[in-house]
Design a protein around this ligand. Structure first.
Ligand SMILES: *Cc1c(COP(=O)(O)O)cnc(C)c1O
Length: 462
């Protein structure tokens, strides 16, 4: 048969819509959406015929239309299992939330709330009044302000305090966080002029001192979140920076990035700067993320002296960085865990950090055994987890990983098959093997994880 006859064999849209599967799809999704999917399936078949293929049977056209429909209607953002062992994994949504945090967010999402309503007075209030008391109590700050994320917190702080003027920062602190957030570029957007001092590895107090002039609005310190310089290095301590700033009547802004309220050295990690310590050392404004080591929802938190925070609260840019009601509710619930002294038990990020190596080894052995009993080549190997999220670079926590050996050069394919699972499982692929770290997998996710791995293995090995 020629191309023309093959093309004539293509069924009409209406005929395809009468096939049972598509009729069912119409009842679920409506005629318009399914018709579009059918049209594009027919279009694709027409292209294929013109390229020399035979005309497909109606059933396969229907299948192709259903796949197209699935592509359109399937939500793209879905829960996934993080088996990488990186606790604050930005690509996987950073901090999982505590049960109380989830409940608080659901409660305000369900209906109305007093987000911007003063219940005592019976009139308009401010969303920025929520969480202030908790933040001040926990950090020792005079005032607090919550925005959409820490990039926004830094932007607003610089715009509010230093637009049109100069901010002095060490060359060793001009960091790029993942996703293209670069301190120099943010400063430019804020309207503040960046004055770089010192060198990459060494910056002295006299470098700051020499740069201070009539145009100086603030001294900025940025935490070297995701890298470390070793060797011949000098950095000015925060107390020294504060003393210099005081002499010149200037504020010190401290961007902590992750920041933390708890002491990381308790868990055998290097010290990550604590928010309360930074304020106690005299920083006027401290900014940090809600969803890094704090372990709450995405937010940018600004704490510090009342005179500066008040200024930021009045800035027009605040509206563009506005925080959502569910975030505020979640943040309050997360902060309450700290106030109750139960953060390590209730906040998933801290629970994962605090999980003892023996418990991880026990879980890994259980997984490996279950997987081996379904014919999978799985063993346990001592390994390390990372905190991630632009905190504690190079620091690790001891763990036991389950290592899958799917055979020559099949690790990438197994990893991919696991990512295609429902739910997707993201693992670490290294040394031609697939590594599963129990530290970042919630016990509730274990059954799903093992099922997805088994399915993926079977798809690969038949
Ligand atoms: C992570 C980080 C930011 C950005 O915080 P987000 O909450 O991701 O917007 C800014 N500054 C530093 C030093 C950081 O580590």
């Amino acid at each position: 048969m020629g191309v023309r006859e093959e093309l004539r064999g293509l069924p009409s849209v209406d005929r395809l819509l009468q096939l049972p599967d598509l009729a069912q799809a119409v009842s679920e999704w409506g005629r318009e959406l399914v018709t579009d999917a059918v049209r594009s399936a027919i279009d694709r078949a027409r292209q294929a015929i013109l390229a020399g293929e035979p005309c497909p049977p109606p059933e396969s056209l229907a299948q192709s239309a259903l796949s197209e429909l699935e592509r359109v209607t399937h939500p793209s953002l879905l829960p996934a299992i993080n088996a990488t062992g990186v606790i604050i994994h930005t690509n996987l949504g950073r901090a999982p939330l505590s049960a109380a945090t989830q409940a608080a967010m659901t409660a305000v999402a369900r209906g109305y709330s007093n987000l911007e309503y003063d219940l005592d007075a019976g009139h308009r209030g401010s969303r920025y009044d929520h969480a202030i008391t908790l933040l001040c109590r926990l950090t020792g700050a005079e005032d607090a302000l919550v925005v959409n994320n820490n990039a926004g917190a830094v932007l607003l702080t610089l715009a509010g305090i230093a637009a049109g003027r100069e901010v002095i920062v060490s060359r060793g602190q001009l960091v790029e966080i993942g996703g293209g957030f670069r301190i120099p570029e943010v400063m430019q957007q804020s309207g503040a002029r960046l004055i770089e001092v010192g060198t990459t590895n060494r910056t002295h107090l006299r470098d700051y001192e020499a740069a201070i002039g009539p145009e100086t609005a603030a001294l900025l310190r940025v935490h070297q979140s995701n890298f470390r310089i070793i060797g011949f290095t000098t950095n000015v301590s925060l107390p020294d920076l504060v003393e210099l700033a005081r002499e010149h009547d200037l504020p010190v802004i401290d961007d902590l990035g992750s920041g933390t309220l708890l002491d990381t050295t308790v868990y055998g990690l290097a010290p990550e700067p604590r928010v309360q310590e930074s304020l106690a050392a005299g920083a006027d404004i401290v900014t940090f993320s809600g969803d890094k080591l704090l372990g709450g929802p995405q937010a940018g938190i600004i704490v510090g002296r009342a005179c500066w925070v008040r200024k930021l609260r009045r800035h027009p840019m605040l509206r563009a960085l506005r925080v959502d009601k569910t975030t505020l509710a979640g943040l309050q619930a997360t902060l309450l865990h700290y106030l109750r002294g139960e953060a390590e038990r209730e906040i998933p990020v801290w629970r994962m950090i605090a999980t003892p190596p023996e418990a991880l080894a026990e879980r890994a052995q259980r997984w490996a055994q279950a997987l081996r009993s379904s014919g999978i080549s799985a063993s346990t190997v001592p390994s390390v987890s990372a905190v991630g999220g632009g905190s504690l670079p190079g620091e690790t926590l001891p763990t036991t990983a389950v290592v899958l050996e799917p055979g020559a050069s099949a690790a990438a394919a197994l990893g991919r098959a696991m990512r295609e699972g429902d739910p997707p499982v993201v693992a670490r692929i290294a040394e031609g093997r697939v590594w599963l770290d129990p530290r970042t997998v919630h016990p509730d996710e274990e059954a799903d994880l093992l099922r997805v791995v088994q399915d993926a293995w079977e798809r690969l090995h038949g």
